[in-house]
Ligand binder design. Structure first.
Ligand code: PMP
Length: 398
């Protein structure tokens, strides 16, 4: 009956976790999956989240279905964070926002919408990008192409090539962009580069699809949202998928949002209706628990402040690990340049290690990084950073 069903080889990043768990090396370090671990290698529960959880638990309340678009407070939280609390575009009611099942759910509903309403549009993603971007859009029958982005040889962005490529795209093609903390390279455009790119996209009448999964981990909440706000100011059609997985450390609750910025309030209402309909056809409505946490933390002034401080604490710890890793590598492998480690933002570092070096890291040292050479800096801490740096230095000497 099911003999013809294709075998699924598994996800390369999630599969690495299984390999890591099975490894008996006592010094093993998992730098594969994009998860923030604290100084003790533990997944943190943020203090602001603990307070929200206590409020939810006392008294324990009934669990009705949520609206298809999720809790209004969750949706408002996404809007305020992405566009700025007093943004004109919000006052003008030009943004259609739904709560989604993480950033992945937002991408999926967005891809379904593009397929339905812009069937001729192709979606272009950066080379390289988070591999699920391609899978999600192709899974919704949207044709996917890549635009030039990262040059491994120089550890920098191929900005001129990127611009030239995007300047040739067709009207209403979708360009998927990472406003901050690019996954997997960690290399972001400067504000001046964003200005230039978005100007061209405006001229070419392209659609910006901004996927922001690490807001607050780059510079700060507002700086990290620059590209989104600039695209809105230019009057581009903008889709934003946002994730609270990392910045609220709520990975398993699956909380995020999809916002579509429209030219008029009337169009935003139509789009909102169609986003609801897309949700209805896939899963009807989102789960309530994570949404309630988002609502409480983000819309309570004091808890919000506390949250921002906690995100910046995570950001700063990662930055300190970058400095430390760089300094040990520079001391051990003086012939190589490691400036890229501190130029990159967010959780990831694209190391440029070869497949053979990556394999040696794994088998000889129990250090796990993704096969495209992406290393999750948020898995480093004072107890393992020297070990990892020395292991890297060793394989780089080959
Ligand atoms: N976009 C990017 C760029 C990501 O890195 C991730 C998470 N790895 C996601 C979207 C998906 O986020 P979530 O886990 O909330 O589905």
């Amino acid at each position: 009956m099911f003999e013809r069903v294709d075998y699924y080889a598994g996800d390369p990043i999630l599969g690495l976790v299984d390999k890591f768990v099975a490894d008996s090396n006592p010094n093993k370090v998992n730098l594969g999956i994009g998860i923030y671990y604290d100084e003790d290698s533990k997944l943190p529960v943020l203090e602001c989240v603990k307070t929200a959880e206590q409020r939810i638990a006392d008294p324990i309340s009934p669990r009705p279905y949520l609206p298809m678009a999720g809790l209004p407070g969750h949706r408002l939280a996404c809007q305020n964070l992405l566009f700025g609390k007093d943004a004109a575009v919000l006052q003008e009611k030009r943004v259609a926002t739904i709560a989604t099942l993480g950033g992945s759910g937002a991408l999926k509903v967005g891809a379904e919408f593009i397929h339905e309403w812009f069937p001729a549009s192709k979606c272009y993603v950066s080379d390289p990008t988070w591999s699920n971007h391609i899978a999600i859009f192709e899974g919704s029958d949207v044709e996917v192409g890549t635009y030039p982005y990262y040059d491994t040889a120089t550890s920098s962005i191929k900005f001129d090539e990127m611009l030239a490529f995007i300047a040739k795209l067709n009207k209403h093609d979708v360009v998927l962009l990472h406003p901050c903390c690019h996954n997997p390279t960690g290399m972001d455009l400067t504000h001046a580069q964003w200005d230039e790119l978005l100007d061209i996209m405006k001229q070419r009448e392209l659609i910006a699809f901004m996927d922001i999964a690490y807001q607050g981990f780059g510079q700060d909440m507002d700086h990290d949202a620059y590209a989104i706000r600039k695209a809105v100011a230019l009057g581009l059609p903008v889709f934003v998928s946002n994730s609270f997985s990392k910045n609220l450390s709520l990975y398993g609750e699956r909380v995020g949002g999809l916002s579509v910025v429209c030219p008029t309030a009337e169009e935003a209402e139509r789009v909102f209706g169609q986003l609801n309909y897309a949700v209805r056809r896939i899963y009807t409505s989102p789960p309530s628990h994570g949404g309630r946490v988002v609502d409480i933390v983000m819309n309570d002034e004091a808890l919000h402040q506390q949250w921002v401080g906690e995100v910046y604490g995570m950001r700063d710890r990662i930055k300190a690990m970058r400095l430390k890793l760089k300094s040990v590598l520079e001391a051990n492998v003086p012939a190589r340049n490691f400036d890229y480690i501190t130029k990159q933002n967010g959780m990831f570092s694209f190391t440029g290690l070869t497949p053979k070096q990556i394999e040696r890291l794994q088998t000889e040292f129990g250090v796990y990084i993704v096969s495209n050479s992406r290393m999750c800096m948020a898995g480093l801490n004072v107890n393992n950073v020297d070990y990892v740096a020395n292991a890297m230095a060793e394989v780089l000497k080959d």
